[in-house]
Design a protein around this ligand. Structure first.
Ligand code: ATP
Ligand code: MN
Ligand code: MN
Length: 297
């Protein structure tokens, strides 16, 4: 019986077929993180990140000269874009998407240092498959306050029949994320998250604020629900951040929150993987906004 020359097992990590030009280019100067190290990072976390970035519209924060150079937040394909990056259309406009690891490494080649997907896939762009509550500390707000806000958001999501997961932003705050069965459309999901943010503000006006006016945030946590509208994006779980420190937006256990900070994990960390059950936990949102309140945006 002939043995194959190379045995490919299921454990073999996938390999991208993208050629990196200037692999030695430095993206994070303080840490000396290069383009090649970033490609290796994304190859390593591919099994964890894939479902959050494949087949979704993506916005990219591109920094061709690294985090200290010019930066471009892009939602549309550019001239000369790598052919491993897809350009599907939405309402006649070309968007950015990837369908596999080659696409992800092509993003690295394109100096995309942050990946910001929609909370919906191309299977149905009108019905989000996740809710993202973005918790932003106002000036002087403590980490404990952010954690308390996240815990309260979790409770309110649970009360609505949903399951809540949490990740660091890799910046200053936390993101509480709930998987949805794609059912409710964007306006309904936005109304639900807006109602939650407003309720938190009116129940505890000293702790929470639901409107983005900067001056009102001092010492409080902004419950930023505006990630939950058509076309809005939030940084992906396991995406790097184009900020000093080379932090990564990292899924964490709820119980771990008190022992970490928003940028505790970096491209060089051994990253936790507590979201295995994420997709399985998806439930449909069933929310009917109060008819007595006037609908505003
Ligand atoms: P932090 O924890 O520091 O708040 P964050 O990723 O949550 O980190 P935010 O400022 O709260 O940062 O969120 C900004 C959101 O707005 C991002 O999720 C991003 O998808 C979106 N966005 C829209 N336009 C831009 C832009 N020009 N640059 C960066 N982000 C943008
Ligand atoms: Mn935020
Ligand atoms: Mn925000």
């Amino acid at each position: 019986e002939d043995k194959p020359a190379i045995e490919v097992t299921r454990e073999d990590p996938p390999k991208a077929r993208i050629k990196l030009t200037h692999p030695e280019r430095i993206y994070w100067p303080d840490e000396q993180v290069t383009k090649e190290e970033l490609a290796n990072y994304y190859t390593r976390v591919w099994p964890q990140i894939a479902s959050f970035i494949v087949n979704r519209p993506l916005a990219l924060l591109r920094c061709p000269d690294g985090i200290d150079g010019p930066r471009f937040f892009q939602k549309h394909p550019w001239k000369g874009i790598n052919s491993s990056i897809d350009q599907p259309k939405d309402k006649g406009e070309a968007l950015i998407a990837i369908s596999g690891l080659d696409g992800l490494i092509a993003l690295v080649q394109s100096a995309a240092l942050e990946i910001h997907p929609w909370g919906a896939t191309f299977e149905d762009l009108e019905r989000p498959d996740m809710i993202i509550m973005d918790l932003d500390p106002g000036e002087g707000a403590s980490w404990d306050q952010i954690v308390a806000a996240a815990t309260e958001v979790r409770q309110r999501l649970t009360d609505a029949g949903l399951t809540a997961f949490v990740k660091t932003s890799g910046g200053k705050g936390l993101h509480v994320v709930s998987p949805l069965k794609p059912h409710a459309k964007w306006p309904e999901v936005k109304a639900f998250t807006k109602a939650m943010a407003m309720a938190m503000e009116s129940d505890a006006p000293d702790l929470y604020v639901a409107t983005i006016t900067k001056s009102k945030r001092k010492g409080k946590v902004l419950i930023d629900y505006l990630r939950n509208q058509r076309g809005a994006t939030a940084v992906a779980a396991y995406s790097t951040r184009a900020r000093p420190g080379a932090a990564v937006s990292t899924p964490v256990e709820w119980e771990a929150l008190s022992q970490i900070g928003p940028a505790s994990y970096t491209v060089r960390s051994d990253l936790p993987e507590p979201w295995d059950g994420f997709r399985k936990a998806a439930r449909p949102l069933t929310f009917r906004p109060s008819s007595r309140r006037k609908a505003t945006s």
